[in-house]
Design a protein around this ligand. Structure first.
Ligand SMILES: Nc1ncnc2c1ncn2[C@@H]1O[C@H](COP(=O)(O)OP(=O)(O)OP(=O)(O)O)[C@@H](O)[C@H]1O
Ligand SMILES: [Mg+2]
Length: 1037
């Protein structure tokens, strides 16, 4: 921590809140010097300032991850990982939800910061199951569809998102949920100069092969109307874009999108591009599709629609007045608008569907109760925007930023000031700009800006100018609203907390209504593309998200006729006076819900700063940075954090957590007890209020250190007491053992004493029986003298048995528990397709019914590396004598999946292999998906499997020529039949790789032949000896 006595050199201070003197210039200088040294993170109290380096830094590797694991913030340099770490441990310690607000303007680094936080959080909970992989893969997936290149940022998020990571109360990750805000749909149909459409459209052209492009009727990229600024990126960045496509494909597979869903999605996108190419001819009163056999036909085909009907919805408006249908022709411009409106609606719903699917696939298991879940939410939402032309979208985005600033103010300034006042602390010098009035101007009912816009949107005759006129009448007295002097102008200005923005009201009403031409929804509801009909049967909720019905939902299964009838009833475009939810209304509701969530959580703030407009490394533009610092309130924050009390636990919370630090006895959680506790710690400058304890943020670290010492002392005490008790018990057991030894000796002595007597008697009886064989049965034996019962040794009760060996004594023989030393998944395999998991029978059935083709070559032989259900131990035995990298793939007994075992220098390693819902394979914990097992093996024969650089080298074949360890897996009656028929065939036709009849032992290559083993056919569980009879290979299924 910086000293207040002597000013530390510029750039050395990690927490600017500790500087005694701080003004705008100092703040800027400190950040600039640090930035020059590639030190991009700086604290201002517990707020993290992150300056975008625009270059790759080596501060996110494994080494750094380890440093920021339960590290005290003051002991390690500022870092985004430290914020993730703080929120995770704060969640665990307080058992409260946390939220991290990442803000900054476009290109400042919000999304990158959010990604680093998520990856660190996942690392902190040490999960390596498929769930963590899925969460990591959500980003490339959403970015493909929701990000685009803009003039501000090459990978700009064109939607806002709040991602909630859900944890168990012990900190294990359980799932995630994403909320999306205001996707910029207009980008689908038009892009400003120098900007691009969403990444996905370029990925399609760069990543799909010719045949696939043909299937989706993509055509020539130069001819796409919806790529407004041409297809040059496809030539200049082909490799990057094709990598983007691969990453998307991997992400979809890992997250769990089915092959059919992916196909439907690409078909719909192909349809969308073709729709964009539909052109119209005619005049302002009527129009028709220029080339009905061209793009229209393709679009209709891909959308699963009738081309005539599709053309109709764009060129004709149908209204129903008093039961009568009135058809009105639309001019070229209106037809083009209708076409673009359909494209935007399709894309918007597709995006919502993707988010919906992701949420379903990442939802915590239903058996986990909500009360057992705590969350960390990360908000990555568009920053403040002020362009040359600002429209409805900018108004919404800037409203969101006003709301966030208000949230920030509430926490950092206002609540502090109010509490100090209550507690009698002088805070008069601390001032801040309260933006509540402008927020109310936007949100207020009945006459706020959005309410007025809604009111006008519901009037068919209203225009953008009439809306502006009304705004002027209502808001002219407000200091932050001003319309242009020329009353014919549609321009008006709002003074936001971050500065003045001039808006153009043109298009506000239409954008707010966001209506589709009549009949479009109904037409798409009966599309033959399952995905399109599904998303158009869903409804748009109050917050603008898509609420989907289950596909099996009865209500959704309307017949074609019913839907047509519905279509006829649809009101015409422009005519609607329905009080449907508007875009502004939806955004307002979603913001309110977001704020509710955030207000119920403990906040953490990350302020991202963009150092220059050129997106260049090593360039720090003072004026540009100053503007950002001032509008994110950093200077005031600096001051107030330094002077204020960041931590304010209630008496109860403080008492419960720190009572063990008290030097005197404390029993009641009140101010006096808290004072006693604090006085005992030696820390200074705390304050006891009426209900809470006021602490500087660094006090908490000192208290945690002290608590740690107490805990260590308690552990030592326990160790000593337990040792003492164990020794005492051991002595008792020793005495008991001596007693038992004596008893046993006594017993043995008794036996040896009486041995001679018993033998004598026995011999006498035998002689008697021999002499009188006839009377044998009747003979009454001379009564044998009863011997006294031997003294039995006393068996100790179980309670007195010696204690079990300690856990590290390596006596466990549980192969299953021990199975994965590398990767231990915590969730069950999602591929629950057969039987109950965890039984060998279920695994065998799963294998027989779905996996044979995975493990056999084209010739029907098993791959040499394939082994059956064998334990990890057996695998290790097999591999010990083999060369490094020698490997096998075996079937797991307790779950549906495989395990990969291979030899490294001094031991064996084991990795779990799972199957994605789309039928592909992935090593758990690895990001790469493979289309089959052979591809997976081939890939890792060339690419290291881990950071240690281990490669697979040669396959390890079966251990014995006599006994195949996959015998259990291949025997079913059906296969036996197939086997028989193949045998018949092979008697006539000799096939390569097959065995000749009578062959006693199979060669190494032939051992892999997929054949029902003799013992399995006869009900035996294991194959003993060769199959006999020369089974030829069966084709894989
Ligand atoms: N920590 C970082 N290290 C290296 N480069 C970074 C870092 N943060 C951001 N960048 C660079 O800056 C670019 C923009 O960052 P990012 O996409 O996170 O901005 P954003 O604030 O989310 O912008 P938008 O609001 O437009 O979505 C990234 O693509 C990357 O090139
Ligand atoms: Mg972003």
């Amino acid at each position: 921590m910086a000293s207040l006595a002597g000013r530390p050199p510029i750039g050395e201070v990690e927490d600017l809140a500790t500087l005694a003197r701080l003004d705008e210039q100092t703040l800027l200088k400190e950040l600039k010097v640090r930035y020059g040294r590639d030190t991009i993170y700086t604290y201002v109290g517990d707020i993290l300032v992150a300056v975008n380096p625009f270059k790759t830094l080596t501060i996110y590797d494994k080494k750094h991850t380890a440093v920021y694991r339960r590290a005290h913030k003051s002991q390690v340099p500022p870092h985004i990982f430290a914020i993730a770490d703080a929120s995770y441990h704060s969640m665990l310690d307080s058992q409260r939800n946390q939220c991290c607000v990442v803000s900054g303007e476009s290109g400042a680094g919000k999304t990158e910061s959010a990604k680093y936080m998520i990856s660190h959080l996942i690392d902190l909970c040490q999960g390596k199951s498929t769930l963590e992989q899925k969460i990591i893969q959500v980003n490339p997936l959403l970015e493909s569809f929701g990000n685009a290149q803009t003039v501000m940022n090459d990978n700009s998020s064109r939607f806002g998102k709040y991602i909630q990571l859900k944890f168990s109360r012990q900190g294990q990750i359980l799932g995630a949920k994403i909320s999306e805000y205001l996707l910029e749909k207009s980008r689908v149909v038009r892009q400003a100069p120098g900007e691009r459409n969403f990444h996905i459209f370029y990925y399609l052209f760069a990543g799909l092969d010719g045949e696939e492009q043909q299937k989706y009727k993509l055509g020539n990229p130069d001819d796409q109307r919806y790529l407004s600024n041409g297809s040059s990126p496809l030539k200049r960045y082909k490799k990057e874009l094709s990598n983007g496509y691969d990453a998307l494909q991997t992400a979809m597979d890992i997250v769990g999108f089915l092959a059919e869903e992916q196909e439907n999605l690409f078909v719909a996108l192909g349809g969308l591009l073709n729709l964009g190419n539909v052109r119209f001819e005619g005049d302002a009163d009527r129009s028709m599709v220029s080339d009905p056999d061209g793009p229209l036909k393709h679009a209709a085909f891909l959308f699963g629609l009738d081309p005539m009907q599709l053309a109709d919805t764009m060129t004709v408006s149908v209204t129903v007045t008093r039961g009568e249908q009135i058809r009105r022709n639309l001019g070229v411009q209106r037809a083009s608008d209708a076409r673009d409106a359909i494209a935007k609606a399709v894309y918007g719903r597709l995006f919502s569907w993707i988010v919906n699917r992701v949420n379903t696939l990442l939802a915590p298991e239903t058996k986990v109760s909500q009360t057992d879940i705590v969350e960390i939410g990360i908000l990555d939402i568009f920053g403040f925007e002020n362009f040359d032309q600002n429209s409805f979208e900018q108004a919404c985005i800037n409203l969101a930023n006003e709301q966030l600033q208000y949230f920030f103010n509430e926490h950092i300034f206002k609540m502090e000031l109010e509490e100090y006042k209550k507690e009698g602390i002088d805070a008069t010098k601390i001032t801040y700009e309260d933006n509540k009035p402008i927020l109310e101007f936007f949100m207020k009912k009945p006459i706020g800006f959005l309410a007025l816009l809604d009111e006008e949107s519901h009037f068919p005759q209203a225009t953008d100018l009439s809306f502006l006129e009304k705004s002027h009448t209502n808001f002219k007295k407000l200091p932050f609203f001003a319309r242009a002097k020329d009353t014919r102008s549609t321009l008006f200005t709002l003074s936001h907390y971050a500065g003045k923005v001039e808006y153009d009201a043109t298009g506000f009403l239409e954008k707010n209504r966001d209506t589709l031409p009549g009949g479009v929804v109904e037409m798409l509801q009966i599309s033959k593309n399952g995905l399109l009909s599904h998303i158009f049967r869903g409804t748009i909720t109050r917050t603008g998200t898509l609420a989907l019905q289950s596909r099996r939902d009865k209500g959704a299964r309307k017949t074609r006729m019913q839907s047509r009838a519905l279509a006829k009833k649809a009101p015409a475009a422009g005519k609607s006076v329905r009080k449907v939810m508007t875009v502004g209304g939806q955004f307002k509701s979603s913001l309110e819900i977001l704020m509710e969530k955030m207000n119920a959580a403990s906040p953490h703030f990350v302020r991202c700063i963009k150092p220059n407009r050129q997106k260049s490394a090593n360039l720090f533009e003072d004026d540009y940075v100053t503007a950002q610092l001032s509008y994110c309130g950093m200077l005031e924050t600096t001051r107030i954090r330094r002077e204020g009390y960041a931590m304010r636990p209630t008496f109860e919370e403080f008492f419960t957590r720190y009572k063990t630090l008290a030097k005197k006895k404390v029993t009641v959680p009140n101010g006096a007890s808290c004072r006693v506790i604090l006085e005992g710690t030696g820390i200074k400058n705390w304050h006891i209020g009426k209900t809470k304890v006021f602490l500087k943020y660094w006090h908490v670290e000192t208290l945690t250190d002290l608590l740690e010492k107490v805990h260590q002392a308690a552990t030592r005490l326990q160790k000593i007491v337990r040792g003492f008790l164990a020794k005492r018990r051991f002595k008792r057991l020793l005495a008991e053992a001596a007693k038992q030894r004596a008893a046993v000796e006594e017993f043995l002595e008794f036996i040896s004493k009486n041995e001679a007597k018993v033998t004598q008697k026995l011999q006498k009886l035998l002689a008697h029986d021999k002499a009188n064989p006839k009377n044998f049965d009747k003979a009454k034996a001379e009564p044998v003298q009863e011997l006294p019962p031997p003294p039995l040794p006393v068996v100790p009760s179980t309670a007195d048995l010696p204690p079990p060996p300690p856990p590290d004594s390596d006596e466990s023989d549980d192969d299953d528990l021990d199975e994965f030393e590398e990767v231990i998944p915590k969730r069950a395999n999602p591929n629950k397709r057969f039987g109950r998991q965890g039984t060998k029978a279920a695994s065998v059935r799963w294998f027989q019914e779905t996996q044979v083709s995975q493990t056999t070559t084209a010739n029907g032989q098993f791959h040499e590396w394939f082994h059956g259900i064998i334990t990890r131990r057996a695998a290790e035995q097999m591999l010990t004598s083999k060369p490094i990298g020698c490997f096998i793939v075996r079937v797991s007994e307790s779950r549906f999946g495989y395990s990969l075992s291979f030899r490294v220098a001094d031991r064996c390693k084991h990795y779990m292999i799972d199957q994605t819902p789309s039928g592909k394979f992935i090593i758990v914990g690895e990001p790469k998906v493979h289309k089959n097992l052979a591809a997976l093996v081939a890939y890792h024969q060339k690419n290291p499997i881990n950071e240690q650089g281990d490669l697979l080298t040669v396959a390890c074949g079966q251990d014995s020529d006599e006994e195949l360890d996959y015998a259990d897996l291949v025997a079913t009656s059906q296969q036996a039949k197939m086997l028989q028929s193949s045998r018949d065939t092979s008697a006539r036709v000799s096939r390569p790789g097959g065995r000749s009849p009578g062959m006693a032992h199979r060669s190494r290559q032939q051992r892999g032949v997929f054949a029902a083993p003799a013992s399995s056919r006869s009900g035996g569980s294991r194959l003993k000896g060769p199959t006999g009879g020369g089974a030829p290979p069966l084709p894989p299924r």
